[in-house]
Design a protein. Structure first.
Length: 155
């Protein structure tokens, strides 16, 4: 009975645990402006879910590309990179993180030196594509249409 009351209260008041709306995340990751990225980052920070750091890190790195101040760009890129790389070190088999890193690497300016895993991530994402949910597959397919690296053959 007490558990039931707690669950009802949590649903009424809201909780800080949940899951990421991946469709919304990938829409913002792909085409979001600075305000939309900030809103999505706030959303990510407000919930607890597995892989939170990786998703936040990748979005921070995308945010860097939208900033006008060079110092802010570099700060966001580095902070995001640390989070994304830590998430990949913690779970190197996470295909989504490898896909997000591939996107960042392919589009990052070369002087940042963030390209060393591009080929490995491309192979990994292509090999494990069919294991992903349809929402993530759709995001990868959409990205592959404009990618010079990621090409999905008959997937």
């Amino acid at each position: 009975m007490i558990l039931r009351i707690v669950l009802i209260l949590l649903s009424i008041l809201g909780t800080t645990s949940g899951d990421l709306d991946r469709a919304g995340y990938y829409a913002v990751f792909a085409k979001g402006n600075l305000q939309q990225i900030d809103q999505e980052l706030d959303n990510i920070r407000s919930i607890d879910f597995p892989g939170k750091e990786g998703f936040e890190g990748a979005l921070l790195m995308r945010k860097a590309g939208k900033r006008s101040n060079v110092a802010d760009k570099l700060s966001d890129f580095k902070a995001g990179g640390k989070k994304l790389e830590a998430a990949i070190r913690a779970d190197s088999t996470n295909v989504e993180f490898r896909f997000l890193r591939l996107c960042i690497q392919e589009n990052a300016p070369h002087f940042l030196g963030y390209h060393s895993d591009l080929d490995r991530d491309n192979v990994y994402v292509s090999r494990h594509f069919k294991q992903l949910t349809s929402v993530v597959q759709d995001a990868i397919r959409a990205y592959s249409q404009q990618s010079h690296v990621l090409k999905l053959d008959n997937q």
